[in-house]
Design a protein around this ligand. Structure first.
Ligand code: IPE
Ligand code: IPE
Ligand code: MG
Length: 255
């Protein structure tokens, strides 16, 4: 894997210029179950192949020079799936961290986990902390793992924290502004996603990064996640690079 330049100087940089690569790509990795069902396989096989697609995608993102890659791995609503599938997905996360952490670390990738950790089993929580600790000083791409993540839950936790600070007299209600909320989200310090890719043809957010997606561009790929490859990723990137982002203002040519 190639190592990208240092991150520190660009965290506060303006959003990517027109025609530039997205700085932050967020992925809704969807369609594992349908991929498997179409092949007469159990859904878990789809998840297993989905892990291969994830490895491929991380390598490609690093090589391409993406600075932040967020992956939606398990939502706060995915607990409602049958228990064996939930267990399989928990096992897959363990396997991912145990088998891939060294390669990820060697590629100078920093891992950051978002989502509610408190309700996860202690063994998984410890693995996530280990992954973050080992990679915390890496200066290449940041891999944001959304696990047990739900946007409404994240916002509710942030608001609860604000309320506690007000109740303790550490914060005045009039100081609660957009930055105060954003800085208490799990994604504090991470720039908003420039591009959100969802595979498998569904056209929805499913409780993913709703605050952060205010001005994200969307790319919907018909490909089921296990089949997502470098070409499908590049297609999403070139789609993004052809977009005109206005952030509520006017473009230079309209002025
Ligand atoms: C995405 O694939 C993986 C997770 C949500 C964990 P799905 O399991 O949602 O696959 P489909 O959408 O049922 O095909
Ligand atoms: C979103 O996919 C969650 C992840 C990819 C982890 P889902 O498959 O859970 O979303 P819905 O249920 O189709 O909206
Ligand atoms: Mg799905």
């Amino acid at each position: 894997m190639t190592v990208s330049p240092d991150r520190k100087s660009e965290d506060t940089a303006p959003d990517p210029a027109a025609g530039a690569l997205p700085r932050h790509v967020a992925l809704i990795m969807d369609g594992n179950g349908r991929w498997a069902t179409a092949r007469g396989l159990p859904r878990t096989e789809g998840h297993r192949h989905g892990l291969e697609a994830l490895r491929r995608t991380i390598r490609h993102a690093v090589k391409t020079g993406i600075r932040y890659l967020t992956i939606y791995s398990f939502s706060s609503e995915n607990w409602s799936r049958p228990q064996p599938e939930v267990s399989f997905l928990m096992g897959l996360l363990r396997r991912f961290v145990q088998r891939d952490l060294t390669e990820i670390h060697n590629a100078n990738v920093r891992i950051k986990v978002i989502g509610d950790r408190l309700t996860l089993e202690p063994g998984i929580r410890a693995l996530l902390v280990e992954a973050e600790e080992l990679t915390r000083n890496n200066t290449g791409m940041t891999l944001v793992v959304a696990f047990n993540y739900g946007s409404r839950d994240e916002i509710a936790r942030s608001v609860r924290q604000l309320a506690e600070e007000v109740a303790a007299g550490r914060l005045a209600p009039e100081d609660i502004d957009e930055d105060a909320i954003a800085s208490r989200l799990d994604t504090a310090g991470i720039p908003d996603p420039d591009l959100i890719i969802r595979t498998s043809g569904e056209l929805r957010l499913s409780n993913f990064l709703m605050w952060q997606a205010a001005y994200s561009e969307f790319h919907f790929s018909p490909v089921h996640w296990p089949d997502f490859d470098e070409a499908a990723f590049d297609l999403a990137l070139s789609d993004f690079m052809g977009r005109e982002r206005r952030f509520g203002g006017l473009t230079a040519k309209a002025l």
